[in-house]
Design a protein. Structure first.
Lengths: 230, 230
DNA sequence: AAGAAGCAGATTGTCGACAATCTGACAAGA
DNA sequence: TCTTGTCAGATTGTCGACAATCTGCTTCTT
């Protein structure tokens, strides 16, 4: 028998597909923060019964991008300036930890993957595909968390990522302006390839701060306007 | 009208109660790691239909203490030495962050609550109630995370706590011996009341290491024996 | 005896219908 | 006018039944 490692077969349950669909709709901002999800309407649109839809929604509630009030409904979470602040300050800590853990595990495969993801960001930037730009940038950023060989860290970061992606999408949607065309990740990638771990950690921290300030200013704008939820 | 702030009414859905029941069963070790949860059997025992039970299980899957394989079943997660290692190393980082954030927010209410929880641990210790001892110790430990005024941190810590509590319960169950009767939290509490933040952070880190070593030795024992799951 | 094919039982995934609860409008009374 | 009671419509929560899938055994073939 040939030595092949097959990847797991895709989940063939409706539930899994619904989760993916809903998550995408939320993270891309198609479903607005605070908006209520009507079970009957959605299940009819998707041609699915309410049972798998409800199970899917339960998952997304635990994932932190939906919130549920018994007998009232399930809503897309509201984004406050404090939420963003909280997420980012924790993210800094996780990044530092991830870099420390990843550092000794870096090898050629790591560097190759780093370049591959960096290239994906640059491609999305050239294509002016802002949604994809957000996705790829987060994937580039996530490599250190995947490589750190700590399942709990990875899981935690993925939960954070959901929100960050949502925040970025809203930001981009609100501003309706192209995200910076130049490449802001060049230094980050270079430092991850280098020999000064502290410098890489420091840069990650500062690098995050830049994006963060922009996001915060957007979030503060948001709070001056009425929202659809509580 | 009198100025009273009422606390939210308890969730009255079956789903919420099922979640609580199942979580408790898992965290106290009544449901063993790797064990399969038969939906029909459980729903009959609880006198509930499978719909709310399945939704509850979906929540616990996302919470990280159950794992689901389509068309095969839902199982209690298996505890490996690496899982414990991962959880603890991340916990150290979170603790340091939590202490830093909490530090400036400490007030009389904080100190009172700290004492209250410390007292609860001592009471459970006197009662030789090991399960409660685990619960209260984790609650004492959790105060800095609750006080840090960062919802994402708190959420993350609560997810970690579930696993830690499960690990501790298994540990205690396997050893069948009383946990240390003396009070190991005295220094911790004192430092949190003091003025040297760095010292508090350092102690939290070392304090965790102690429990950790014991847990790891247990986990390594576990892996030499057959388990019920994959 | 070893392996493949097929069947039966058990279990999970999904469906449609019913029950419980909430929301908002409207009417009655102070 | 303001509050309170009532009710209809809409929506969520729950149920029982059916469909899809898996597992292990049996049977058949070589």
């Amino acid at each position: 028998m040939a030595k092949l490692d097959f990847s797991p077969i895709a989940d063939t349950t409706r539930r899994a597909e619904i989760v993916a669909l809903l998550r995408r709709a939320i993270l891309t901002g198609q479903l607005e923060p605070g908006q209520k999800l009507n079970e009957l309407r959605i299940s009819e649109q998707m041609r699915v019964s309410r049972a798998p839809l409800r199970e899917a929604m339960r998952e997304l509630v635990q994932e932190g991008i939906l919130t549920s009030i018994p007998y009232a409904g399930t809503f897309v979470i509201n984004v406050t300036a404090k939420d963003i602040d909280d997420a980012y300050s924790l993210n800094k800590v996780l990044d530092e930890f991830a870099i420390e853990r990843t550092w000794k595990l870096r090898d050629q495969r790591f560097f190759d993957e780093l370049d591959r993801r960096h290239e994906a960001v640059k491609q999305a930037t050239r294509d002016r595909d802002t949604t994809r730009q957000i996705e790829t940038a987060l994937q580039l950023h996530g490599l250190i968390h995947e490589w750190a060989d700590n399942s709990v860290l990875l899981e935690t970061w993925q939960r954070l990522t959901s929100r960050l992606q949502m925040y970025f999408a809203l930001h981009q949607q609100a501003r309706k302006e192209a995200v910076p065309a130049e490449d802001v990740h060049e230094t980050y990638v270079a430092l991850l390839k280098g020999n000064d771990m502290r410098a890489a950690q420091r840069h990650a921290r500062e690098h995050i701060d830049l994006d963060f300030e922009e996001l915060l200013s957007y979030a503060r704008d948001l709070e001056k306007r009425p929202s659809k939820g509580g």
